[in-house]
Design a protein around this ligand. Structure first.
Ligand code: ATP
Ligand code: MG
Length: 440
């Protein structure tokens, strides 16, 4: 088999070989190339020690010498070159206590997590596949290299990686690998929030975000997202649903674009249903205030998983807003726009659409018509250039202080009342009108 590899990687391999070392592209890039996907980065594995690599190439960066990694710069591209290694004993299911360098490629490949990630390639030797990676790629199977329980025991993050690769590639997880990961899911508790976050994001932004369902069945969310498990099994006896929060959420995930903020918001949008379920006298379920409660839980989860503040604010707001009800009328849409701001409104609409499309058929046409009217009024508001924020008001704080109002809460209230007025009557957004309205 011949694979097309970048010129820079070819050059590095050739130079290492000229000096008598072995060198291959390895891991994710080989997998992606065989699948016809464009790899994110090209990793090279070699029998040369980091010291030897540094002697051969002029432009290098000491990326992780202790783990054997030197970055080699060729033109404007960077390639990570890592010495063949065996991961030493694992301290705590997290980090190898030590890595041992080896001159044997097979040993290096055998420390890798899954067969599809454990292949190496160069133009002279072709594909090196000791563990059946090629067969698993064509069968669409995620399978551990070696004994699954042992491999998940060494590094519990591999439990999430298995589900994430399955979701990205649309593969199934091999029976024994799946059994071992479900058995060892509780050990994910040892993994740092940052590593869990990175895997969760890759999973929900993948081609198959519904594989969150596999993370749920195998006990992964039970450890990293217990709030999901608390809500997922809740049955919703209401004509709008007739299924569980979990099933609805998985469908909704598939109905929004693969954007990080959108997918996270949809994942978390209904978690508050666990704590707000009320049955009425007819036996129908209601979830009053679940938007606020879901927003509270979303904030708690995202902070625990160490997301950045920008992401937290956006996701929590989308979760909160999804449950706000209002009429599809121009003034009400402008009011909603004043809450979300221009930048977030399109994302808010995506969440609303996904929510409707993953509910029952009950009054679906009516709900979708309402959403398209909201969309139309939103577009009209933008093209008319109507004011929907304090910033866009025709009067400013300065206009008021010039007329003797002192800066402070009173002034803030006056500006807010102006905004209230122009949200109802946008044509009144002129200095004259507003100053008259304020009696100034
Ligand atoms: P992607 O870059 O899309 O996340 P990848 O397969 O390239 O996928 P990386 O995390 O970049 O994954 O790692 C590169 C390679 O290193 C993997 O293909 C695998 O061979 C090995 N590897 C990475 N993380 C682990 C791990 N936790 N346990 C065992 N091997 C791993
Ligand atoms: Mg990679």
């Amino acid at each position: 088999m011949r694979l097309k590899i970048p010129a820079g990687a070819g050059l590095i391999i050739q130079k290492l070989k000229e000096r008598g070392f072995e060198a291959y592209v390895v891991g994710g890039c080989v997998r992606d190339r065989i699948l016809g996907r464009e790899p994110d980065d090209w990793d090279i594995t070699t029998s040369a020690s980091p010291y030897e690599v540094k002697q051969i190439f002029q432009r290098t960066v000491d990326t992780g010498l202790r783990h054997g990694t030197v970055t080699v710069l060729i033109g404007s591209r960077a390639f990570e070159v890592t010495t063949y290694r065996i991961d030493g004993e694992y301290e705590d299911g997290r980090h190898p206590k030590e890595v041992i360098f080896t001159r044997n490629l097979r040993e290096d490949l055998s420390r890798r997590d899954f067969t599809i990630n454990a292949m190496a390639y160069n133009d002279d030797e072709g594909l090196v596949d000791h563990f059946g990676g090629m067969a698993d790629l064509s069968r669409h199977v995620i399978r551990c290299v070696g004994d699954p329980a042992e491999r998940f025991g060494e590094d519990a993050l591999r439990i999430m990686r298995a589900v994430r690769f399955a979701a990205q590639l649309g593969f199934i997880i091999d029976g024994p690998t799946r059994e071992a990961l479900a058995y060892l899911a509780p050990t994910l508790e040892k993994i740092s929030a940052e590593r869990v976050q990175a895997e969760l994001v890759k999973l929900v932004t993948s081609a198959h975000p519904e594989y969150i369902g596999i993370a749920w069945e195998t006990g992964i969310t039970g450890v990293v997202l217990p709030e999901f498990d608390a809500a997922a099994g809740i049955y919703q006896y209401t004509p709008h649903h007739m299924d569980t929060v979990g099933e609805h959420t998985l469908r909704a995930l598939c109905a929004v674009p693969a954007d990080r903020v959108l997918r996270l918001a949809v994942l978390l949008h209904d978690l508050g249903k666990a704590g707000t379920k009320k049955k009425d006298s007819e036996g129908v379920d209601h979830f009053p205030g679940h938007g606020e409660e879901s927003a509270r839980l979303a904030g708690q989860i995202l902070r625990r998983l160490k997301f950045d503040n920008g992401t937290i604010t956006k996701v929590v707001n989308l979760v909160r807003w999804h449950d706000i009800r209002y009429a599809a009328e121009p003034a009400a849409v402008r009011r909603m726009l004043s809450i979300t701001g221009r930048e977030m409104f399109p994302l808010y609409m995506e969440v609303q659409r996904a929510d409707v499309l993953s509910q029952s058929e009950y009054r679906r046409e009516e709900k979708l018509t309402k959403l398209s009217m909201i969309q139309r009024f939103y577009e009209e508001t933008l093209s008319a250039g109507y004011c929907t924020s304090l910033r866009e008001l025709a009067v400013t704080g300065r206009d008021l202080t010039a007329r003797g109002i002192s800066a402070g809460p009173e002034l803030g209230k006056m500006l807010k009342s102006c905004l209230e007025l122009v949200l109802e009557e946008p044509k009144k957004n002129t200095k004259k009108e507003l100053l008259g309205f304020l009696g100034l």
